[in-house]
Write a protein that binds this ligand. Structure first.
Ligand SMILES: *[C@@H]1O[C@H](CO)[C@@H](O)[C@H](O)[C@H]1NC(C)=O
Ligand SMILES: *[C@@H]1O[C@H](CO)[C@@H](O)[C@H](O)[C@H]1NC(C)=O
Length: 349
């Protein structure tokens, strides 16, 4: 049987339409999900970070597009309104207020499946209190620890765009006056650093500044005073992995006093700071030897003293507030492992 030709053409068109429609229906959802994946890959998905409570109550005004306006990070909303918990992709909890009971985890509220809770601390494990009640709640850590999910060290050494060849003397602050300086809040006898200090001061003069002398550790006067010291004793209050604080980054490096460090192993310092930028207490068998070495450098071997400024030709030191680091972490959120829970916070990195 033969169809008249115009009917045949109609039939072909009909079959084509049906096939095309079928394809379209199949491809539509795929097109859609492709779109979402592309967004994630280029980091254009907007992430929301909720600061549950401000560390030490020091709040920031987050008005406007904070991360973009301040640090040039788009698609990242930083907020501190607890009522917006359900919107947040990540929620940051500062440890101190939790362990002191001033703030609580919102465990009674519904927690979105994909929301990550971040445990933040800048203290060493010794000063973090009892963490057992908080096991099993957090997905990420935000600490100075090199393995932290959100790495937030007290400072960074950053390569300069190009190396400079200025004479080393130009990096050494003028009018050095004190041999060794120390800024300390408490000379608690139980701290190991106190033992070292007591021995060292029998070998060399040490100028001690109580913390109260300066309005705060961010006081410009502190840097100015420390710049007059050949050496700064960057002794940490406890010795634990990667715990290297503003004593090194700010008080020593930023002032231009050569740091004498006491804290984690030399290798851990070297992982974040140039090898020849500091003197480690452990480099010496005895405190007497350390003291004699410092005196030699300051008063006899200027060239060797200057060699501790060599890194400044290639690097600068930067100190970044944790809020900035949180903003800058935003684009990385999409590429983080999908699932993680800290069942034992005491074993944190
Ligand atoms: C906090 O968020 C809630 C819900 O979005 C809103 O009603 C409230 O006005 C906000 N509070 C402040 C202080 O912005
Ligand atoms: C975050 O941790 C909680 C445990 O409190 C867990 O139920 C949830 O699946 C984790 N989420 C992710 C995305 O890892």
């Amino acid at each position: 049987m033969r169809f008249p030709s115009h009917r045949r053409i109609l039939l072909i068109i009909l079959v084509c339409l049906i096939l095309f429609g079928y394809q379209l229906v199949q491809w539509l959802p795929l097109l859609n999900s492709d779109q979402t994946i592309t967004n994630d890959e280029t980091g254009t998905k907007t992430h929301k970070i909720l600061v549950w409570h401000w560390p030490f109550g020091n709040s920031f005004n987050l008005d406007g597009d904070y991360c973009k306006d301040k640090f040039g990070v788009p698609n990242c909303i930083m907020m501190d309104n607890q009522s917006r918990l359900s919107e947040a992709d990540i929620v940051i909890f500062h440890n101190r207020e939790l362990i002191h009971g001033q703030q609580r985890l919102p465990v009674n509220l519904k927690r979105p499946e994909k929301q990550r809770w971040v445990w933040m601390t800048m203290e060493s494990p010794e000063n973090n209190g009892d963490l057992k009640p908080f096991n099993g709640y957090f997905n990420w850590t935000m600490t100075y620890h090199q393995d932290a999910d959100i790495y937030s060290p007290y400072g960074f050494m950053v390569p300069k765009e190009s190396e400079t060849y200025e004479p080393l003397e130009s990096f050494i602050p003028k009018d050095k006056f004190y041999l060794a300086c120390w800024v300390v809040s408490s000379v608690s006898p139980h701290l190991e650093r106190t033992t070292i200090y007591k021995k060292l001061k029998t070998v060399i003069p040490i100028k001690v500044f109580g913390r109260a002398v300066f309005k705060s550790l961010h006081d410009q006067a502190l840097l100015h005073t420390m710049s007059r010291c050949y050496f700064y004793l960057a002794f940490e209050n406890s010795v634990s992995r990667d715990y290297i604080t503003e004593k090194l980054w700010r008080n020593a490096y930023m002032s231009g006093a050569v740091p004498v460090v006491f804290g984690p192993y030399r290798e851990e310092y070297e992982a974040v700071a140039q090898t020849d930028s500091f003197i480690h207490v452990n480099d010496f068998d005895t405190v007497e030897e350390l003291g004699k070495f410092l005196m030699t450098l300051a008063y006899e071997d200027r060239e060797r003293y200057a060699s501790y400024f060599n890194w400044r030709r290639k690097y600068t030191v930067e100190i970044k507030h944790w809020v900035e680091l949180a903003c800058k972490f935003c684009p990385k959120i999409s590429s983080m492992p999908p699932h993680k829970v800290y069942e034992d916070l005491d074993a944190w990195p």
